[in-house]
Design a protein around this ligand. Structure first.
Ligand SMILES: N=c1c2ncn([C@@H]3O[C@H](COP(=O)(O)OP(=O)(O)OP(=O)(O)O)[C@@H](O)[C@H]3O)c2ncn1[C@@H]1O[C@H](COP(=O)(O)O)[C@@H](O)[C@H]1O
Length: 117
């Protein structure tokens, strides 16, 4: 795997900044911005897109089509970032949660959850 360029490695944060600026309360203009339009329409609009993009990703994966998997995953991540912006969350919040989970097997985590019930 080739190393990411600096402009690639911080794209999640730059995109999150851009999406924040597209929120209706920050003056996002639906006539000139796709994400402002989506955010102005509210959760039903961007949550529907997340569902569609997830389905397209599944279809690409079922076809074992690497290029399409990357493309559809990018669409899914993008629309998920739109949702994060609406809910005043940041990619850093998700990365922090993944880092917190690091080293805990999903099997161990599930067993601990079932024990607590
Ligand atoms: N990364 C993206 C990005 N990925 C996907 N998309 C858009 O997401 C949509 C994907 O939906 P579909 O594939 O279903 O295409 P569609 O049929 O045209 O979509 P709908 O009309 O059904 O919503 C397309 O319009 C894509 O252009 C994106 N639009 C914007 N960005 C980033 O967001 C920034 C801000 O964009 P604006 O808000 O438009 O200024 C851009 O500079 C980019 O960095």
């Amino acid at each position: 795997m080739t190393k990411l360029l600096p402009s690639e490695s911080d794209i999640l944060y730059r995109l999150a900044d851009t999406l924040e600026s597209r929120l209706p309360q920050n003056g996002g203009d639906p006539s000139s911005s796709y994400s402002a339009k989506l955010l102005a329409r509210g959760p039903d609009a961007f949550l529907k897109k997340i569902g569609e993009e997830a389905t397209e990703l599944v279809m690409a994966a079922k076809d074992n089509a690497a290029d399409r998997i990357v493309y559809e995953m990018a669409d899914l991540w993008f629309h998920s970032l739109v949702a994060l912006a609406h809910y005043k969350l940041r990619p850093e919040d998700v990365l922090r949660e993944l880092a917190r989970r690091e080293g805990t097997s999903g099997l161990a985590e599930k067993a601990a959850r079932n024990e607590a019930k």
